[in-house]
Design a protein around this ligand. Structure first.
Ligand code: S3P
Length: 174
């Protein structure tokens, strides 16, 4: 790829850094940035744990699809998504139509270590979050791969800016 694609979609599991890296990548390559979870919370006027409490995961997923569909029309934008954005065929089609899809990932222990103590992720507020995380990750991993144009693995301790620079270099290499 001789030039950076118009819009870039970041997918990957919880803790992969989609939002923080996405923000850095957008500013590095002069694109707008949007986070689908933040957009969903703004539209709903409530945060994700509240939405899960009141509407369950099913309600959250419906809202997520609607937001992704709207965001997919954005031009010149880096779009960070939630970890479950790849779960349905419809979402995967939307994500692919939105832009060049980068799957951000790392080893399971690294990923879980980043979110282990987080209270804002409803799917991890269970008695054994580590087992839940592993189960979710294993189920989704083939879906991330099937949706992605590029896989970026980041196990090193890099700051988000450094990761963004490496992704930029990979995009220019393709
Ligand atoms: C989810 C991941 C979260 C958020 C919601 C559900 C998931 O986003 O969308 O809690 O299903 O993996 P992050 O990937 O940014 O944590």
């Amino acid at each position: 790829m001789r030039s950076i694609p118009d819009s870039i979609v970041l997918i990957g599991p919880m803790g992969s850094g989609k939002s923080t890296v996405g923000r850095c990548l957008a500013s590095l390559i002069n694109k707008d940035f949007v986070d689908s979870d933040e957009e969903l919370e703004e539209r709903c006027g409530a945060d994700i744990p509240w939405i899960f409490d009141i509407e369950g995961e099913e309600g959250f997923r419906k809202r997520e699809t609607s937001v992704l569909d709207d965001l997919s029309a954005r031009k010149n934008t880096v779009i960070a998504t939630g970890g479950g954005a790849i779960l349905t065929e419809e979402n995967r089609r939307i994500l692919r139509s939105a832009g060049f899809v980068v799957y951000l990932t790392a080893d399971l222990e690294v990923l879980f270590g980043r979110v282990a103590k987080d209270k804002s992720r409803p799917l991890l507020q269970v008695s054994d979050p580590q087992s839940s995380y592993e189960e979710i990750f294993k189920k989704r991993e083939p879906l991330y791969r099937a949706t992605a144009d590029l896989v970026f693995v980041s196990n090193e301790i890099l700051n988000p800016n450094e990761v963004a620079k490496k992704i930029q270099a990979r995009l220019l290499e393709i």
